[in-house]
Design a protein around this ligand. Structure first.
Ligand code: HEC
Ligand code: HEC
Ligand code: HEC
Length: 295
């Protein structure tokens, strides 16, 4: 069994940490609509990465942004469900300052920001918990200080990163497709158990929306399965089509995550099936946000 050495279990997601120097300024997307490609306030849109989508520009001094630590917390832990698309019954988005200042529908007189504090501290959001102490503290301090907006990035023009990592167009990143022959590299993206009876199977892709039979990640990544106590029970490597499979099943109450280069992307819920591509289709089925995406 491999020893887990990753720090900050669910926070170490590549698309929020360390990819873009622009994360040093408050990431600001205050647009009323749900696209994160530019913002009022004077900044020009920054070039985003593939996973992050187009980032918002620095806002030239308006106070419509969240402190960086709070924005990063939302990006890493909340918007996969409370994002442009509301997943699994999440009641409202928590993408930015404006979202957090909206009234909380289930707590009269409170804002979403205040309602979220209780759920964060009680480890019930994200479902099952998983925030680091530092993340909780940063959020708590922001609320205690009045939950105010902060200036957006000063000079403007910075940007990139942040945003909803699933807000990207459909593309076949590898530009290569299944050859047509049967075997471990076959039919990437399709539900394997339509024809097989694997315990766990699926495909990891570089971006959120990729068509069936398009080959997935070309570098080897790990799909790690943990049991209800968080112990690793299985580590599967993706092959050159991005496919992975095993005859073992996910243990009751277990969890799955994708790990690569010290970053990871974890599914919060316990999958109800090991046939990952059943839900992780091109656009996502059964509330899944899209493909299983590389961290
Ligand atoms: C895996 C998906 C998921 C993630 C990630 C997630 N939520 Fe939720 N959230 C939900 C769902 C589903 C509900 C509705 C069911 C419930 O209240 O438990 C919900 C409800 C809430 C509520 C209560 C709404 C109400 O009016 O009662 C708050 C507040 C909340 N989420 C905040 C957050 C915050 C803040 C984060 C990040 C720290 C977060 N959530 C992460 C799925 C998610
Ligand atoms: C439309 C049906 C179909 C789908 C979907 C499908 N396969 Fe297959 N697979 C086959 C057939 C047919 C064979 C050849 C059977 C044989 O050689 O006995 C095969 C053979 C295999 C083999 C070699 C034999 C074995 O069972 O070990 C592997 C590995 C495999 N598939 C993996 C996958 C993976 C991974 C997926 C999903 C990404 C997948 N297949 C999706 C039909 C399918
Ligand atoms: C029944 C549908 C379903 C199945 C099957 C399923 N997932 Fe998910 N997956 C979801 C949903 C819904 C979400 C978003 C909420 C969450 O994280 O629980 C998700 C989220 C994820 C995420 C995190 C995405 C992000 O960026 O936050 C990963 C990684 C993931 N799944 C991997 C897997 C793997 C690996 C398997 C197969 C072992 C699998 N999933 C099977 C529905 C499914």
């Amino acid at each position: 069994m491999t020893e887990q050495t990753f720090v900050g279990v669910k926070s170490a997601r590549g698309w929020t940490v360390g990819l873009f120097a622009a994360m040093a300024v408050a990431a600001c997307y205050t647009g009323a609509d749900s696209t994160f490609d530019g913002t009022p306030g004077g900044g020009s849109a920054g070039a985003g990465g593939v996973a992050g989508g187009a980032g918002a520009g620095g806002g030239g001094g308006s106070s419509d942004c969240l402190p960086t630590a709070v924005q990063q917390l939302l990006d890493a832990q909340c918007v996969s469900c409370h994002g442009n698309t509301l997943v699994g019954g999440a009641p409202f988005p928590t993408r930015n300052l404006a979202d957090l200042q909206a009234p909380d529908p289930s707590a009269p007189g409170a804002t979403v920001a205040e309602g979220s504090l209780a759920r964060i501290l009680s480890d019930t959001m994200p479902p099952g918990g998983g925030l680091s102490g530092a993340q909780k503290t940063a959020y708590q301090q922001w609320i205690a200080a009045g939950a105010q907006g902060v200036a957006c990035g000063g000079a403007g023009g910075a940007g990139g990163g942040g945003g909803d990592p699933y807000g990207t167009p459909t593309t076949c990143t590898s530009s290569s497709n299944w050859s047509g022959s049967n075997g471990s590299r076959m039919r990437p993206g399709e539900s394997c158990n339509k024809c097989h009876n694997f315990g766990i199977s699926g495909t990891v892709y570089p971006t959120a929306h990729e068509p069936n039979d398009c080959n997935g990640v070309s570098t080897t990544m790990q799909v790690v399965v943990t049991d209800a106590n968080g112990n690793t029970v299985l580590t599967l490597n993706t092959n050159s089509a991005g496919n992975f499979r095993s005859n073992s099943a996910i243990p009751a109450g277990g969890h799955v995550k994708v790990v690569a280069n010290g970053s990871e992307r974890a599914m919060a819920a316990t999958p109800s099936s090991g046939d990952c591509n059943l839900c992780h289709t091109e656009q996502g089925a059964q509330s899944a946000p899209g493909r299983i995406m590389a961290p």
